[in-house]
Design a protein around this ligand. Structure first.
Ligand code: GTR
Length: 326
């Protein structure tokens, strides 16, 4: 009887251990996704939707946690970390990618998209696919674009026209093309990370910045810089990318699931974006912000020499292709 009891105890212990082991083996892998925007911002909402879809499509095998609000670092930092495989997914602007993959700087050239529709035709066509695919050479896998609307200038002083930008210290993303654009417009470019813009405005390190209306409002920049001039110099696509190091170790069915999820997340994001643009514009008006329409031709003429700079000559072929997309 005693022997039987001991055997039973031993067998139960073995069973418990085996079950625990099985649980461990089947536990979903938790993956990181870096996002600079706060919770509820349209790209963050799309990241969450992407995470939900990936979990659903991989039957719970892949679980993505969205680290919003820049918790994992600046966009330039997280791009580097994704290259190393420390972070699996990043949602960033195409701008910080220019430092690791200069050809994508084509999208940072000003006034190249005629409208939101034109941009999406380009991104959904062979040009967009080319740039997503070519990121693998630097250790990144591009899986989707998101919408970031159009960027405009804003400052702590009234901006009625190009002349008002003269001499102002304007924050730009750490991207050499934007440095040149702002110089050509007569202002002083100050490249700093997104997370530092608010305090730089408050302390007077900068007089203004440039971004889309949802960022201007959601990051609180409008509190210090309430004058915005709508020149729409950039429609800078956002990118959702995977670390190639991580990607290469995935089974084929998970790659397919991630790509499908990214496609659906893009559709979701565009809708969220369009709603957010209206919502934030209404907020800007309610908060007493001053929004003026720019004489865009005046701005375009000022930046025209950029297109003749030798460092951007390799962009010409792509710029012509983009222009030709009807
Ligand atoms: C926003 C973009 C962010 C970040 C930011 C910036 O429009 O969504 O990813 O790039 O601009 O200006 O740094």
């Amino acid at each position: 009887m005693k022997r039987r009891l001991i055997l039973l105890v031993v067998l139960s212990a073995v069973l418990v251990l085996a079950l625990a082991n099985f649980r461990l083996a089947a536990a979903p892998k938790v993956l990181k996704l870096a996002e600079v925007h706060p919770k509820g911002y349209p790209t963050e909402l799309a990241d969450e939707e992407f995470a939900r879809l990936v979990e659903e499509k991989t039957d719970g095998a892949l679980k993505i946690q969205v680290f919003f609000g820049g918790q994992l670092g600046s966009e330039n930092d997280v791009v580097e970390q994704a290259k190393l495989g420390v972070i699996e997914f990043v949602r960033v602007s195409t701008s910080p990618v220019v430092s690791v993959y200069p050809p994508i700087g084509v999208f940072s050239m000003p006034y190249i998209f005629r409208s939101q529709e034109h941009m999406w035709k380009v991104l959904n066509g062979s040009i967009g696919q080319h740039f997503l695919d070519s990121l693998t050479v630097v250790g990144l896998v591009g899986i989707a674009y998101f919408d970031a609307g159009a960027r405009n200038f804003y400052a702590n002083k009234p901006l009625k026209g190009l002349a008002d930008l003269k001499g102002l210290k304007i924050r730009v993303q750490p991207n050499p093309i934007m440095v040149n654009v702002v110089k050509l417009l007569g202002a002083t470019p100050v490249p700093i990370a997104y997370g530092e813009v608010y305090s730089a405005l408050q302390t007077g390190v900068i007089d203004g910045a440039e971004n889309n209306i949802p960022s201007w409002i959601s990051a609180g920049h409008y509190e210090v810089a309430k004058y915005l001039i709508k020149d729409g110099h950039l429609r800078l696509p956002e990118l959702l990318m995977v670390s190639k190091k991580f990607w290469d170790g995935l089974p084929e069915e998970h790659k397919v699931a991630i790509k499908e999820a990214a496609k659906e997340a893009t559709e979701f994001q565009i809708k969220a974006w369009n709603e957010a643009e209206e919502k934030y514009l209404a907020q800007a008006r309610a908060k007493g912000c001053v929004i003026r329409e720019a004489n865009v031709e005046e701005f375009q003429a000022a930046v025209a020499p950029l297109f003749e700079m030798p460092e951007y000559s390799s962009y010409k072929v792509w710029l012509n292709k983009i222009k030709a997309v009807k």
